[in-house]
Structures are given as structure tokens and as C-alpha cells.
Ligand binder design. Structure first.
Ligand SMILES: *[C@@H]1O[C@H](CO)[C@@H](O)[C@H](O)[C@H]1NC(C)=O
Length: 220
């Protein structure tokens, strides 16, 4: 039998640890801090406008109302984000929303958000989504409208429209005003300057021709 005190200490430790782990953007010190995107200062976030000038329009946006154009992208997806420009009231609040339009058989390729966990809800279509944890295990799931899935912060993840005829639509919430995104394939093969071929040949056990071909395929 565990003593009540040690159980209490254990719960407390778990609580402290989980708070530490789920911590994302710093807590705001004010009700709000409407982004002053013209400020010449660079700080962690963006400075605020005078709060006396706040209006409801700073807290509203129609940015997610229209589908993004999926045609220009060879993977046939488009992500529309709220940010401090189209929704200046979200500055310091640790939030971003994303509208994800994915054409038939389109793919949001494996990528990471270094500063945010993400919860996504499928609103239309059929999505195969998943992430790989640090033990290299894939956790994947098919989503139908109404189904949600959560991607842990920093985990490599993807969203694939498994329907070959219809568009899919998902909306995501991320717990940072600046989640950041790094697409694995482009970061590795099309960085400027390039990662030396020799490094990629070794890392992927491929030839110089393979490196060149992948780079070209990815537009690098
Ligand atoms: C996403 O859609 C918007 C709005 O149609 C468009 O301006 C933008 O260029 C598209 N992005 C990509 C990467 O195709």
C-alpha cells in the first residue's frame, strides 16, 4: 500500500511535470496586446498598440472563410493561417488557427511545428493523419467529418486526403501564435545552401543521382 503522503507527492510531481511539458507561449501580462505590426522593435512576440485604441475588428478575421488555392502546389494543399497581421488581437495569446484545404489525393507532407501542439478537426472528406513519436512508432488514424486528432508539439506528422475524387477540409488549432513549420523533405533536400550531397547519400543510403533527382522533384 502506498502511503497517502507519497501518493500526494507523486501526484504533485506529475502535475508540475505536465504543466512544464505542456507549456507553450509565455502567459500574457495584460488582457490583450493588439499587435503593432509597424513597430521597429524586435522582441519575443510583437509590441502592442495603445489599448485605448482597441476595437472588436482587431479580434475578428474572415481569413479562414475562403478555401486556399490548391492548384499552384504540386502536393495539392493550401494552409491558411490566422496571424498577427490578419488577426492582431491574437498577439501574446498563444493561439493560431489554420484552415487546411486538400484536393483529391492531396498531401500535407510530413512536417513539424517546433513551437506548438496541434488539434485538427476534419470537416469535410476523408483524411488519413498520423505522427511518429520519438520511439519511431507511427500513430495514424482515418478521420471522417466530425473526427479530431491531436499532433504533439515537435512530432513529425502528415495529413493525406485518401479520397481520389473529393476535396477534404480540416481546421486546426495550435497553441502558439507562431508555431513555425518545417517540411522534412524540403528542409533536407532543398535548403539554401544545400546540405552536402555526401551527407545525404550517407544518411539515406542513396547515390548522388538519387540526391539530384529528389532535389529536382522537390523544386530545389
Ligand atoms: C494558397 O491560397 C492563397 C489564396 O488563394 C494563395 O494566395 C496562395 O498563393 C496559396 N498558397 C500556395 C502555396 O499555393
Amino acid at each position: 500500500m502506498m502511503k497517502p503522503t507519497s501518493l500526494f507527492l507523486q501526484s504533485l510531481t506529475c502535475l508540475i511535470l505536465s504543466v512544464g511539458l505542456s507549456k507553450s507561449d509565455p502567459d500574457p501580462l495584460q488582457d490583450y496586446c493588439i499587435a503593432n505590426t509597424n513597430s521597429p522593435f524586435f522582441i519575443n512576440g510583437v509590441p502592442c498598440i495603445n489599448p485605448n485604441l482597441a476595437s472588436a475588428s482587431h479580434f475578428t478575421t474572415s481569413a479562414l472563410g475562403k478555401p486556399g488555392n490548391t492548384e499552384a502546389n504540386f502536393l495539392k494543399f493550401n494552409v491558411t493561417l490566422t496571424n498577427i497581421v490578419n488577426l492582431p488581437g491574437l498577439n501574446t495569446l498563444g493561439l493560431t488557427m489554420a484552415r487546411v484545404d486538400i484536393d483529391a489525393n492531396g498531401l500535407v507532407p510530413p512536417h513539424v511545428h517546433p513551437r506548438a501542439s496541434e488539434v485538427t478537426i476534419c470537416l469535410r472528406g476523408a483524411l488519413l493523419v498520423g505522427f511518429v513519436d520519438t520511439s519511431n512508432r507511427l500513430l495514424a488514424q482515418q478521420l471522417r467529418p466530425g473526427d479530431s486528432f491531436v499532433f504533439p508539439k515537435g512530432a513529425i506528422h502528415f495529413l493525406y486526403n485518401i479520397d481520389s475524387k473529393n476535396m477534404a477540409l480540416a481546421v486546426s488549432g495550435l497553441n502558439s501564435q507562431n508555431p513555425g513549420v518545417q517540411i522534412a523533405s524540403t528542409a533536407i533536400f532543398t535548403s539554401k545552401p544545400n546540405i552536402p550531397d555526401e551527407v545525404l547519400e550517407k544518411a539515406f543510403q542513396i547515390t548522388g543521382q538519387d540526391v539530384a533527382r529528389i532535389r529536382k522533384n522537390l523544386g530545389g
